[in-house]
Design a protein around this ligand. Structure first.
Ligand code: ATP
Ligand code: MG
Length: 370
């Protein structure tokens, strides 16, 4: 093999075996490969661009009951950060160009342009050419998620990790915060560093506050950045369910059990009264049933159903994004396509075919064996 991707292969892995699992894609006329599922201990989302390896962002465990999970996971100081609800992006500079990789390792044309515009990262990459910025792209106008943050008008990029691009080794939390401050990069909210015992109460307080503000949750990290643990608010469990049951035959089944159990363990850990559990139950039920009813009505009325997003940018970026989605097999329904000064603003729906087709089938008298 001519390429040197040495760091990817441990002694037991046959390089050809691993490479076979990578898919080939193109970006601006350049071929690259990416791994859509974890293989041989290599993270999902790992990409190969020419000779350069860009490691995937590792998936992190979730706590269902905070106190024992923190105790079991950490034996030293714990940093607590806000967990933002957007999409995971890794930014690397390769041959002089910034490239933005989504979770599964695609170079997204829209995200690449946005981070070019949002970040002033040249000096960071001049000083850290072999590192990548890992962050969450959030805000109401993006093509993947739709969580609103009052402080963000369009989109923002918040760094939660700086890692060595090829080995994936994280920078420690303090140093990362310092680098973000030095280079003027926005960082996710940092709530301080605690002993494991103190972290339990600190995390609970933060969760109460974030829940009241409809925000997602916290990530706890060891100070070397190696170990992470996530925990989420009731508000986001309901928001996830609402989203899933807007498209019940696409997402409903996968979402419901996990979110119901997160709610159940949370109610128990908080020692909630019967009245508080009743309230939780009512809100949970509403989050499931109401969007499903609305969707069935929408299909009945012949309206498109799916995830609707608005994006704005220069016309080329927006048309590249729409082609990129269509190339991935998505059916798009464009609701609005306007020009705002130099920018093209498009609202489109990623058509949820299962939900549309199954709902039509049942509305038309189709039956089910159950
Ligand atoms: P996976 O863990 O495989 O990514 P998932 O897509 O369900 O699964 P989440 O439940 O959203 O992931 O939790 C992990 C993700 O949270 C990270 O991949 C990252 O995109 C996001 N995230 C938001 N804020 C932070 C933060 N402060 N630290 C680390 N990750 C964060
Ligand atoms: Mg997320």
């Amino acid at each position: 093999m001519s390429r040197d991707w040495g760091s990817l292969f441990d002694v037991d892995t046959d390089p050809e075996d691993l490479l076979e699992h990578f898919d080939t894609e193109w970006f601006r006329g350049q071929r690259y490969r990416h791994l859509s599922d974890e293989r041989h201990g290599i993270e999902r989302g790992t990409a190969l661009v020419g000779d350069v390896v860009v490691r995937g962002y590792p998936s992190m465990p979730r706590a269902l009951v905070l106190e024992p999970a923190i105790r079991e996971t950490f034996d030293g100081p714990v940093a607590i950060e806000e967990k933002l609800n957007g999409y995971n992006v890794r930014v690397a500079r390769i041959d002089g160009d910034l490239l933005a990789f989504t979770r599964s390792g695609f170079v997204c044309p829209y995200t690449t342009r946005k981070v070019e515009a949002l970040l002033d990262a040249e000096t960071f990459f001049d000083d850290h050419p072999e590192h990548m910025l890992c962050g969450e792209l959030v805000g109401p106008e993006n093509p993947y998620t739709d969580h609103d943050y009052s402080e963000i008008e369009e989109v923002g990029f918040y760094v939660f990790g700086i890692r060595h691009r090829e080995s994936g080794t994280p920078m420690g939390v303090e140093r990362r915060l310092d680098r973000c401050a030095t280079y003027g990069l926005d960082s996710v909210g940092h709530y301080g560093t605690f002993t494991p015992t103190a972290a339990v109460d600190a995390a609970r307080e933060r969760i109460d506050d974030l829940n009241a503000r409809g925000r997602e949750g916290v990530v706890l990290k060891s100070t070397d950045g190696e170990t992470a643990l996530k925990y989420t608010t009731s508000a986001i469990h309901r928001a996830d369910l609402e989203h899933a049951f807007e498209l019940p035959f696409d997402y409903g089944r996968d979402f419901v059990f996990t979110r119901v159990m997160r709610e159940a363990f949370q109610a128990v850990e908080r020692g909630e009264s019967p009245a508080a559990v009743d309230e939780r139950a009512r809100e949970l039920g509403e989050a499931i049933l109401q969007p499903a009813v609305e969707t069935i009505r929408a299909v009945d009325a012949g309206e498109p159903v799916g995830e609707t997003h608005t994006v704005r940018g220069d016309p080329k970026t927006i048309s590249d994004l729409l082609s990129y989605f269509r190339d991935q097999g998505l059916e798009l329904h464009v609701e609005r396509d306007e020009t705002d000064g130099e920018q093209r603003v498009v609202t489109f729906t990623k058509v949820a075919q299962s939900t549309r087709d199954k709902t039509r089938y049942y509305l038309g008298g189709g039956t089910i064996d159950e």
